[in-house]
Design a protein around this ligand. Structure first.
Ligand code: IMP
Ligand code: MG
Length: 193
């Protein structure tokens, strides 16, 4: 028999990860609402198209990918790639490809799924890799976008939430690998010395 007693739903106003304190920034309900809206846009744009390939960028995009895909009603494929560019709370500018493409993108329309677009280094790197591998069309869909930090020309086709240039965690995003499991998004607190 399954016991449905919930002991901790991980909804808190403040969290501490390593040496830093974070406070609630975007509650789960708002995240889910924005994902449904982006899914509706995609459903409208892809209803008459050949099944595209969603390419989710691990680790950060795992929650976004799962919640978005539950709202997609056209035929599609899903695959995962792993890249990373962050160490601590500042971008290093270095991009390391950790896991390669497992699906062929040759001649395919690819929709990149990102957790967050900050400087844009990661997305531009991935865009180049996909072009070199023969993708016929590449679209970018991100949960979060920091317009004030973005330094690239590439257009961001779908952005569920636009945010200020601040460091955030939760809902897949981490601070040195902690904090990915929270259903809400947290922002670095002023109260850090
Ligand atoms: P970009 O290459 O500067 O656009 O950064 C993209 C990657 O850095 C994202 O996919 C995230 O993994 C990470 N990142 C950027 N901003 C944040 C943040 O505020 N919190 C946690 N990770 C971030
Ligand atoms: Mg990412």
């Amino acid at each position: 028999m399954i016991n449905f007693v919930v002991t901790n739903n991980l909804s808190m106003d403040h969290i501490k990860l390593h040496d830093k304190k974070f406070r609630i920034f975007i509650p789960s309900e708002k995240i889910q609402e924005s994902i449904v809206k982006v899914a509706q846009e995609l459903n409208d744009n892809y209803k008459d198209k050949q099944s595209p390939l969603f390419l989710s960028v691990l680790n950060g995009s795992f929650m976004f990918t799962a919640d978005l895909l539950k709202n997609i009603d056209f035929q599609c494929e899903i695959s995962f790639i792993k890249l990373s560019s962050y160490s601590g709370t500042a971008t290093t500018g270095e991009i390391r490809k950790v896991l390669g493409l497992t699906s062929s993108v040759k001649g395919r329309e690819v929709i990149i799924l990102e957790d967050i677009v900050d400087t844009g280094n990661t997305i531009v790197e991935l865009h180049d890799i996909l072009k070199k591998n023969g993708a016929s069309k590449i679209k970018i869909c991100t949960l979060l976008f920091k317009p004030d930090a973005y330094k690239k020309e590439l257009s961001i086709d779908y952005a569920a939430l636009k945010i200020s240039n601040d460091f955030i965690v939760g809902y897949g995003l981490d601070y040195n690998e902690l904090g990915r499991q929270y259903k809400d998004i947290y922002i670095l607190d002023q109260d850090n010395d």
